[in-house]
Ligand binder design. Structure first.
Ligand code: PLP
Length: 428
């Protein structure tokens, strides 16, 4: 019998790449269709009024779900088969109890943070982070009475232990709580790593009645090269727009992790209406089938290009996740927490903005666009685009300089890509 929720074959535990072909989808419910159809519908017909009542009781938490009771389909802001199948498949990669998908990475981040905090709370977050995330923490959450503290892991050591202890103490001394620790690792665009396991241990050692929730944005390396939940994080966040979508043709996000926290985030998603749409969920299911091949190939390409760029006379340095140019502490974190360096890294050119712009304007195969993780290679200038809302001081503190160019390496032929970089560098 073909059980679409089975994760083993005899004694063998099936790998995520195999499960991506059919896990969570029962063809007998859809005329035998090998692929899940797109359930392009706003609402679902109840078989009887009693069903409607039962489904809402569960959806609105009016009673506990029976052990074998599925949440009946109600309305696509609450649930939809495409979203549910996608969520089950995403949860497989990261070993999450539950995943939820959102209309963008920012929708996933903002909805999750709002679900976990209340006025008077403190959130500690790492810098640098994606510009939209920084904006949310620096400008929007404080308007809602949430205190946000940014920490730049000192001297490349990747540790935020002291900052967690300090902010927990300060929050408690004024009768509040450190509600969340938000980590982006590797950081966009410097690829600085933060030690997730250490942060999780420090949070545990606080022995707080309500310990801070540890959230990790895993967009750059996940789900193949880094799995924060296995390192002790409570929740993992994604811009699915990037590697998981992988073709630069959609916007989506996800949050996954501990069941109790995901319940609160699901409630907030239903009420804010920040869920994904069925059509995009279907595209993501298609993307998941080739995720490992795309991430493996683009990483191999990126490793080759980074090695060659390191020795180029017009390049000051490259910034990869835990690469040979990083401190011993960064390399040690990479060895413990990452299975690879991914395929997004930055090149620090000799010179300033003029040299960076000449390089960007000369590249042909590397398209001049923000975003990352697609099949095609992209190049961008964070200082004047994605991170332009940082103050000059914050840019300097985080190393987002005018001569820094971020590359997202795709799956093209690596020698073609190298030819493009060489000719663009020649124009600098
Ligand atoms: C690390 C990281 N997190 C979150 C986001 C936001 O994702 P989205 O653009 O899908 O809202 C981005 C976007 O670039 C990102 O790079």
């Amino acid at each position: 019998m073909n059980n679409h929720k089975t994760r083993t074959l005899g004694n063998r535990e099936l790998t995520p790449e195999t499960l991506m072909m059919g896990f969570g989808y029962d063809p007998t419910l859809s005329e035998g269709s090998i692929k899940a159809p797109i359930f392009q519908t706003s609402t679902f017909v109840f078989r009887c009024a009693e069903d409607g009542k039962r489904f809402f009781e569960v959806a609105y938490g009016l009673r506990e779900r029976e052990p074998e009771e599925a949440l009946g389909l109600i309305y696509s802001r609450i649930n939809n088969p495409n979203l549910e199948i996608l969520e089950e498949r995403l949860a497989v990669w990261d070993g999450a109890d539950k995943a939820l998908v959102f209309s963008s990475g920012m929708a996933a981040i903002s909805t999750s943070v709002m679900a976990l905090t209340r006025p008077g709370d403190t959130i500690l977050y790492t810098a640098p982070a994606y510009g939209g995330t920084e904006y949310l923490f620096d400008r929007i959450l404080p308007r809602m009475g949430i205190k946000t503290i940014s920490v730049a892991p000192g001297a490349e050591d990747g540790s935020i232990a002291a900052a967690i202890r300090k902010e927990a103490r300060v929050a408690a001394s004024i009768g509040g709580r450190l509600a969340a620790v938000y980590v982006e690792t590797p950081a966009n665009p410097t690829n600085l790593l933060v030690d997730v396991a250490e942060a999780a241990e420090v949070i545990q050692s606080l022995n707080a009645a309500e310990p801070p929730v540890l959230l990790v944005d895993n967009t750059f390396l996940g789900p193949l090269w880094q799995q924060p939940l296995t390192l002790g994080a409570d929740l993992t966040l994604y811009s699915l727009t990037k590697y998981v979508g992988g073709h630069s043709d959609l916007i989506a996000g996800a949050c996954m992790g501990r069941a109790d926290l995901m319940g609160r985030i699901g409630e907030m998603r239903t009420i804010c209406g920040s869920m994904l749409d069925p059509n995009t969920a279907w595209l993501l299911m298609r993307s998941l089938e080739t995720l490992h091949i795309r991430m493996e190939r683009s990483q191999t390409n990126a490793d080759t290009l980074a090695d060659r760029l390191r020795n180029h006379p017009k390049v000051q340095t490259v910034l990869t996740a835990g690469g040979p140019e990083r401190s011993a502490a960064q390399q040690a974190i990479a060895a413990r927490q990452c299975k690879g360096r991914g395929s997004t890294f930055s090149v620090v050119l000799k010179g300033g903005e003029t040299e960076a712009f000449r390089f960007l304007n000369s590249a042909r195969l590397f398209k001049l666009a923000v975003s990352l993780g697609g099949t095609e290679s992209l190049a961008s200038h964070p200082s004047s685009t994605t991170h332009s809302d940082y103050t000059p001081q914050a840019k300097a503190r985080c190393g987002i300089d005018d001569n820094l160019v971020r590359l997202s390496v795709g799956i093209e032929n690596v020698e073609d890509l190298w030819a493009d970089l060489e000719q663009a560098l020649a124009a600098v």
